[in-house]
Design a protein around this ligand. Structure first.
Ligand code: AP5
Length: 214
């Protein structure tokens, strides 16, 4: 599982983790945005919460995540949950189903950095890749021309998302304190990934050894 405040770099690190380890990336933000774009019943319910930076009701998100976790690819390849659980009720739902992570990564970034990251973020709707107007601009004008800004990436909405994150973070962290790894997310993305890569590689070796021995 990967967690952290809005714009702490979860999606950016997930892109690199998936490329290296081949796990299935399950981002509740991405799943919800897809429902909103498709105009589904879930999307229509979720839209007003997301647009105002509030959490979508637990029952909607939990049903979506548990359905996705039960698919064959997630069971076979392993999963990387991004942005869930985000409240103590969501963490309890997973505990009841005996769904637990091998590792819980928490990206730690100071508040003042987060606002700039959100406001400058741009998304490529074609590939889903994450850019930033100053930190990570796209390589060419064709990509630049099609980039979009998320509707919840205004300064006011980011502040409200951050406040909600802080209200819930501690309760979720305490559920996973045994497997918690707090990572300094205020460094170049490649440096952060190097640390995550060595943590996840070690974990994979330990799991392989455990499965051979018994
Ligand atoms: P979600 O999409 O999960 O939003 P979030 O948690 O606010 O996280 P972000 O996607 O904003 O940021 P990120 O950490 O992925 O950062 P990124 O890599 O993009 O959720 C959206 C909404 O959906 C919620 O507000 C809620 O309404 C709803 N929702 C989702 N899950 C829910 C749940 N479980 N329960 C209820 N409701 C839920 O990076 C950000 C920017 O910084 C980019 O521009 C990037 O290029 C740049 N950047 C990244 N890393 C670095 C670096 N190391 N240095 C410099 N810049 C960097």
């Amino acid at each position: 599982m990967i967690s952290g405040a809005p714009a702490s770099g979860k999606g950016t690190q997930c892109e690199m983790i998936v490329q290296k380890f081949g796990v299935v990336h399950i981002s509740t933000g991405d799943l919800l945005r897809a429902e909103v774009s498709a105009g589904t019943e879930i999307g229509n319910k979720a839209k007003e919460y997301m647009n105002s930076g509030r959490l979508v009701p637990d029952e909607i998100v939990t049903a979506m995540v548990t359905a996705r976790l039960s698919l064959k690819d997630a069971k076979e390849k392993g999963w990387l949950l991004d942005g869930y659980p985000r409240s103590s009720a969501q963490a309890e739902s997973l505990e009841k189903l005996n769904i637990r992570p091998d590792i819980y990564i928490m990206l730690d970034v100071p508040d003042e950095i987060l606002i700039d990251r959100c406001v400058g973020r741009r998304i490529d709707p074609l590939t889903g890749r994450i850019y930033h107007v100053n930190n990570f601009p796209p390589d060419n004008d064709e990509i630049k021309a099609r980039l979009v800004t998320r509707s919840d990436d205004t300064e006011d909405k980011v502040k409200s998302r951050l406040q909600i994150y802080k209200q819930n973070a501690e309760a979720v962290l305490s559920t996973y304190s045994g497997v918690l790894n707090k990572i300094d997310g205020n460094r170049p993305k490649e440096v952060i990934f190097k640390e995550l890569d060595s943590l996840l590689t070690r974990l994979q070796i330990d799991k392989d050894e455990a499965s051979i021995s018994g």
